[in-house]
Design a protein around this ligand. Sequence first.
Ligand code: RNT
Ligand code: ZN
Length: 418
Amino acid sequence: MDQKERYESAKKAYAQIGVDTDQAIARLKEIPVSLHCWQGDDVIGFDHEGPLTGGIQTTGNYPGKAKTPEELMQDMDQALKLMPGKKKLNLHASYAIFEEGQFVDRDQIGPEHFARWVAFAKERNMGIDFNPTFFSHDRIKDGLTLTSPDEETRKFWIDHGKACIRISEYFAKETGIPCVMNIWIGDGFKDIPGDRMGPRLRYKDSIEQILSEPYDKNLVKPCVESKVFGIGVESYTAGSAEFSLSFAATHGCLPLMDNGHYHPTEMVSDKIPALLCFYPEIALHITRPVRWDSDHVVLFDDETREMAREIVRCDGLDRVYMALDYFDAGINRVAAWTVGFRSWQKALLNALCTPNEEFKRLQDENRMTELMMFQEDMKLAPFGDVWEEYCRQCGVAASGREWFETIKKYEEEVLLKR
Ligand code: RNT
Ligand code: ZN
């Protein structure tokens, strides 16, 4: 059978269980997923010399990492060409581009330092999401930013947050697509704190001051990302789950869940429907935690599938902002981007090809044995043929072995020559 015949046969098989694969493919093409620039250079950026701090870590030393804006854009472009689907660009403030002699500190950055990124995104029809960078910087005092008891330090970081609101609005205006602006800080303590509430009250006040910067709520969507712990801040983080959720709920901003930021048996797939009962919109960082917040490349694994399934089941595709967040420095970085993005695309397509209505009915009628059986059956549905068709329609290779040839060539001709 050729590809077309295989798809026709899969389409029939899915139709028998009430799934319209043509519709699933068409829907997926409209869903934007945010691609993080920071996989390309191990979360370094262009505004500092120092190492990555803030309780996050990249491991590995694979050759060829991007060191300049040109290299990062070139690498990302290569990755984008191998991915099906609609993309959005996700930038960190540390990726500001300063022309010769134009350097300013993070509290002073403005739209002009991101003009080249806007041009990059516009040429590729992408919106832009943004993140203030509260890590990897010498104005971090004793590991603290927005929670610092030192008012000068705290003010510096509040001003950074405000600058980022202005830049986010600029992105939205330029691209015509709302900008999701995510606040995450690594502030916390390695050992048992003497005051847990003080830093949280300062954090609350700091975000309130940041959000007091005027902005159009339809254009900028501020989020607060929670975290259970970080490297070096094992005992306490100010931005815990309860803090972030409560802040978002009481301040009209979005909670952002990163699935590497919870205790290992807590599942974000289960938290998505809980939050969607209350919040009009939520945001996600999709990653793969291996034993800790290790930020391995996203795969088409059980929890990834389940997260996508919950978004689709809850009819949440227009209410959930999806962004990838991982950084592996131990493998080819262009391939890391590509595999992770494609994995989330697979998860979404798989979710759209799931007989969700039928599953709900079985549950509501308490036919749990059948539900279990049917869910197991679905694991062997001819999903690969639908994926192949989706990739064909998007003009990218369906099989990894095929697109990997491009990566190998790019590595030889570009990455290894750096
Ligand atoms: C860190 C958070 C945060 C970062 C990025 C670089 O644990 O997940 O989102 O990964 O902002
Ligand atoms: Zn994250």
